[in-house]
Design a protein around this ligand. Structure first.
Ligand code: NAD
Length: 328
């Protein structure tokens, strides 16, 4: 079974090579190119390709992969909004993903971002490095006793609920389905109620037509003044221009973003020597209450091991015609 591994980073190769001896039938070639229409042709002669969140698995890409004889697209991530699943079905290409690899990895980053913006850790760190021991601009608020509003209580949202409970917060949530494992301590409310009453709002629902730009100027205006907003899910859940408008209205104590609309093309690239022609990211970072990371929620030792193991099992299942819960 031959696998072409796109957009390889050193840590990918390390985690996959570590478990490869457990899969003697699998052979992997790693390349740095991103999977997109221009690079899909490289998959000629491979049974499957492995791609990540930043890949362009559009109808064009899938058609070329199909012509190359590729039978499976293995997403080494949970989200699959960048895959044209209808086209894949039409072409008979199996798409599998890694729905749960370590929900706590993402949830812990969400809380880290919330804490970091609350206590302005990014500023404090730099101030002390500069021998500036003043406290100006560093005052935060207590989380203990406050209300956490979790949007989407699947695997990651549920982990975030448990973390917030550990902080002594009241936990409310909005989801289209209620998660029975949370019934002892989470109160489900409408999205409007959540927006109106939460001191910390953390987004954990997938990006779909119904959730695209769910955080916009209308929803921001419903939020409490001094709210903290965290997004570790997908950038386009938030309308960035309207978020900036909300920041200028002084709505937020802090905003922590691990994902953002502009991330395609930036994620995992070093562009530090480049002059950016236009950058919403730079505009967001010009505000003292915004902290951003570049899609690193999944990036823990435990998550990487789980991703590698599940992806190679997905490959075996896909090529043996076995349907599982990991099919998309
Ligand atoms: P999940 O499928 O377990 O949970 C998603 C939840 O969202 C479900 O309970 C679903 O009912 C709910 N939902 C669906 N539509 C909704 C709506 N309109 N409003 C509110 N809730 C809605 O997914 P998960 O594993 O918890 O992952 C959540 C998201 O986190 C993924 O979709 C992915 O985009 C993102 N993610 C980010 C990283 C990262 O590195 N930052 C890593 C993994 C996943």
């Amino acid at each position: 079974m031959k696998l072409l591994f796109y957009a390889t980073k050193i840590y990918d190769k390390k985690s996959f090579d570590t478990i490869l001896p457990n899969f003697p039938e699998v052979e992997i070639d790693y390349i740095e190119h991103e999977l997109e229409p221009r690079t899909a042709i490289l998959a000629k002669g491979y049974d499957a390709v492995c791609a990540f969140v930043s890949a362009d698995v559009s109808a064009d890409t899938l058609s070329i992969l199909s012509e190359c004889g590729v039978k499976a697209v293995l997403m080494r991530c949970a989200g699959f909004n960048n895959v044209d699943t209808d086209k894949a079905k039409e072409l008979g290409i199996v798409v599998k993903r890694v729905p749960a690899y370590s929900p706590e990895s993402v949830a812990e980053l969400a809380m880290a971002l919330a804490m970091a913006v609350n206590r302005r850790l990014y500023k404090a760190y730099n101030k002390v490095r500069e021998n500036d021991y003043t406290l100006k601009g560093l005052r935060g608020v207590l989380f203990y006793g406050k209300t956490a509003g979790i949007v989407g209580t699947g695997k990651i949202g549920a982990a975030m609920c448990r973390i917030c409970r550990g902080f002594g917060m009241r936990v409310i949530a909005y989801d289209v389905y209620e998660n029975p494992s949370l019934k002892d301590f989470v109160e489900y409310v409408s999205l409007d109620e959540l927006l109106k009453t939460s001191d910390l709002i953390s987004l954990h629902c997938p990006l779909m037509d119904s959730t695209y730009h769910m955080i916009n100027i209308e929803s921001i205006k419903k939020m409490k003044d001094g709210v903290i907003l965290v997004n570790t899910s997908r950038g386009a859940l938030i309308d960035t221009d309207e978020l900036i408008e909300g920041i200028r209205l002084n709505k937020f104590l802090g905003i922590g973003l691990d994902v953002y609309e502009e991330e395609a093309g930036n994620v995992y690239e070093d562009r530090s020597d480049e002059i950016m022609q236009h950058s919403v990211t730079a505009r967001l970072l010009s505000f003292p209450n915004v902290m951003m990371t570049s899609h690193q929620g999944f990036y823990t030792v435990e998550a990487l091991e789980a991703i590698a193991d599940t992806t190679l099992n997905n490959m075996k299942d896909a090529l043996n015609g076995i349907q599982t819960a990991n099919d998309v």
